[in-house]
Write a protein that binds this ligand. Structure first.
Ligand SMILES: Nc1ncnc2c1ncn2[C@@H]1O[C@H](COP(=O)(O)OP(=O)(O)OP(=O)(O)O)[C@@H](O)[C@H]1O
Length: 331
């Protein structure tokens, strides 16, 4: 079991309130992603859950057990770091078995659990190698294997893929998602990469300056962002935000339209001139300077034959406009 409940959790470093006060419930078996800009407190929140930092105030429970002051080893959680933290002089087998050995498991039990973890992680053929003889992705899998054998009630991942190249990140992201599907154990995953958040999470927690801006499924956050911060953070390229008369006409302080929800039309809409055009084959990204709506980013499917200096008309697709009021809160 791995339900984690944080109540009025606050963390200050000296005078600075990094997490001013936060409530969060993570259900058993959920894949929860903490996302937010650099310095928003994602790692601090994860480290508080792990017990690597003390709470300044508030409480934390894992299932029915209060663990507010429990040391990390008594929480039954396993943390996987971006730096792998493998022992270079030990084989993969010994690295994975290490926590079991420390806990006093018999050699037979160690072998059984290491064999099972290696199978899940496709590491069976690498058990006699040392970490230095492995690729970055394989090393990351060893680090995960060392967590799996402990059979934790939750896995905590702190930006585990940030040392890997772009292609390997995609593969590992899928592997971790599949691992979650087979183990069904609670996973908490910290990233500043909103694509990782969108593709992996059951539930995303968007943090900003130590506060929760919104908690929801990826599609809830995409379709119903609670405010302009979430609207700007989730989705790539960013949502276009427009103020002034166009927003006022919609009864809003700002209106938002995602780049993929701006259609190229032959009449009506907002007239503009193409600045930058990026042709990816699958999509075309345009930066269009309009009179009424300012500079807009457009993501059009396929190859759109528009270049720098071309005139174009843009219109929001029906039902895709977001409205935001005072302080950027969704209306
Ligand atoms: N031990 C510490 N002492 C003082 N300040 C700290 C300490 N650890 C973190 N902070 C501060 O707390 C804030 C949150 O840091 P944290 O590492 O949690 O952010 P993050 O969202 O994980 O950022 P990043 O994505 O850059 O890793 C930052 O302003 C950081 O400088």
């Amino acid at each position: 079991m791995g339900k984690i409940v944080l109540k009025s959790v606050r963390k200050a470093f000296g005078e600075v309130d990094v997490i001013p006060g936060l409530d969060l419930t993570i259900e058993d078996g959920e894949f929860v992603v903490f996302v937010g800009p650099s310095g928003c407190g994602k790692s601090t929140l994860l480290r508080l859950i792990a017990g690597l930092e003390d709470l300044t105030s508030g409480t934390m429970h894992i299932d029915a057990r209060e663990v507010t002051s429990a040391p990390p080893a008594q929480r039954g959680l396993a943390m996987v770091f971006q730096s792998y933290a493998l022992y270079p002089h030990m084989s993969v087998r010994k690295n994975i078995a290490f926590p079991l050995k420390m806990a006093g498991a018999s050699p037979e039990e160690q072998e059984k659990k290491v064999t099972a973890a290696a199978k899940v992680l496709n590491l069976t053929n690498y058990l006699d190698r040392r970490p230095g003889q492995l690729s970055g992705g394989q090393r990351q899998r060893v680090a995960i294997g060392r967590a799996i054998v402990r059979e934790p009630s939750a896995f905590l991942f702190d930006e585990p893929l940030s040392n890997l190249d772009a292609a390997l990140r995609v593969t590992m992201r899928q592997e971790i998602t599949e691992l979650h599907q087979s183990l069904k154990t609670t996973m908490i995953y910290v990233t500043h990469d909103q694509v990782e958040a969108m593709t992996m999470a059951d539930k995303i927690v968007v943090l900003n300056a130590g506060r929760i801006e919104q908690v929801g499924s990826p599609m809830e956050l995409y379709h119903k962002p609670a405010n302009t911060f979430v609207a700007g953070f989730i989705g790539s390229p960013k949502m276009n935000l427009i103020g002034g008369a166009l927003a006022a006409a919609e009864g809003a302080d700002q209106i938002g339209i995602r780049p993929e929800h701006l259609g190229i039309v032959t009449e009506g809409g907002w007239e503009g001139t193409v600045g930058l055009s990026e042709h990816l084959g699958s999509d075309t990204f345009l930066k269009v300077t309009t009179g009424q709506a300012g500079v807009l980013t457009v993501r059009a499917p396929g190859e759109v034959m528009l270049r720098h200096g071309d005139k174009v008309r843009l219109a929001p697709m029906p039902g895709k406009l977001h409205r935001f009021g005072k302080d950027g809160v969704a209306l």
